[in-house]
Design a protein around this ligand. Structure first.
Ligand SMILES: Nc1ncnc2c1ncn2[C@@H]1O[C@H](COP(=O)(O)OP(=O)(O)OP(=O)(O)O)[C@@H](O)[C@H]1O
Ligand SMILES: [Mg+2]
Length: 268
């Protein structure tokens, strides 16, 4: 651990309205700090501003109030040290799955020239990632030839291909069946354990949050802010059967109550 990688400081973000007060205030008074190497999960009622938080950190939205800092630099445009996998897989339909996974390398600067020089090495890396998520042999298929869950898995590979320092995952496992989801939890767990990557994961699944994270942050109803910061103390490496333990369900229930309270306050 070496200090904070992500810092959100007193941020407000309104969609539309052009400052006239008529827009949708998505987050207000949002503060969050994530240490380098940490795994943080963000949970909260639907529409509370979780995806907005992710877009703010990655520079896809710039806040009108407050500041966002990543790796010591104020975020004023989309940042490149990040790998993102968003709620809806956004694969380019005219590229094969393998070429979709390689896409960030064509965009992120230090990789661009290396990709040209060492194409075979990067292709092998992409194929390895596809294998890791159970998509071995699907690299030459187009996204529309894959199921929703398979596209989501490929999306995850694309987020990982450039070995980002920061991985921002917005409900990346939503469209998956329970078994595949648990398999991928273990993939993400191992990536976090074996690298220096810092991970922020948005999820509606509290078991997923507690299984994976060092800390779970609960957001209030819109306009969202962090209302609970719960450290998860289970030892690592964690195995899936930890979810059958009483202490695990206790943390899940505790978080569920916080979210229920936050939901009741919707519209107040
Ligand atoms: N591009 C946009 N334009 C206008 N309003 C938006 C836009 N994106 C989000 N909002 C509004 O901002 C609020 C927060 O949206 P956000 O997508 O951050 O919620 P969320 O917590 O990710 O929800 P979910 O759990 O359903 O994914 C919502 O009320 C939504 O209607
Ligand atoms: Mg969302």
């Amino acid at each position: 651990m070496c200090g904070e990688l992500v810092k959100i400081d007193a941020v407000d973000m309104t969609y539309g309205g052009h400052g006239g007060g008529s827009g949708t205030k998505a987050v207000a008074g949002l503060n969050m700090a994530v240490a380098a190497g940490e795994f943080v999960a963000v949970v909260g009622p639907s529409g509370c501003g979780k995806s907005t938080l992710m877009k703010l950190v990655t520079g896809l939205h710039i806040p009108e109030v407050g500041t966002i800092t990543v790796a010591g630099d104020r975020v004023t445009k989309p940042i490149s040290i990040v790998g993102m996998a968003f709620q809806n897989p956004t694969m380019l339909p005219w590229r094969t799955t393998l070429d979709n996974v390689l896409l960030p390398l064509e965009i992120v600067k230090p990789h661009r020239s290396r990709l040209r020089a060492n194409k075979a090495e990067y292709v092998a890396k992409a194929e390895n990632l596809l294998k890791l998520v159970g998509l071995e042999g699907f690299g030459d298929k187009f996204p529309w030839q894959l199921s929703g869950g398979m596209q989501q898995r490929a999306n995850l590979c694309r987020a990982l291909i450039h070995e980002p320092a920061l991985l921002m995952l917005d409900e990346p496992f939503g469209a998956l069946d329970a078994f595949t989801r648990e398999e991928l939890w273990c993939v993400i767990r191992d990536i976090h354990a074996n690298t220096d990557v810092t991970i922020v994961l948005v999820t509606h699944d509290l078991r997923e949050a507690v299984f994976l994270a060092d800390r779970v942050l609960v957001m209030s109803a819109r306009p969202g802010r962090i209302i609970v910061d719960r450290t998860v103390e289970f030892e690592r490496p964690r195995q899936l059967d930890i979810m059958y333990e009483r202490s695990f369900s206790n943390v899940v229930s505790e978080l569920r109550e916080h979210i229920a309270e936050a939901r009741v306050k919707v519209g107040v």
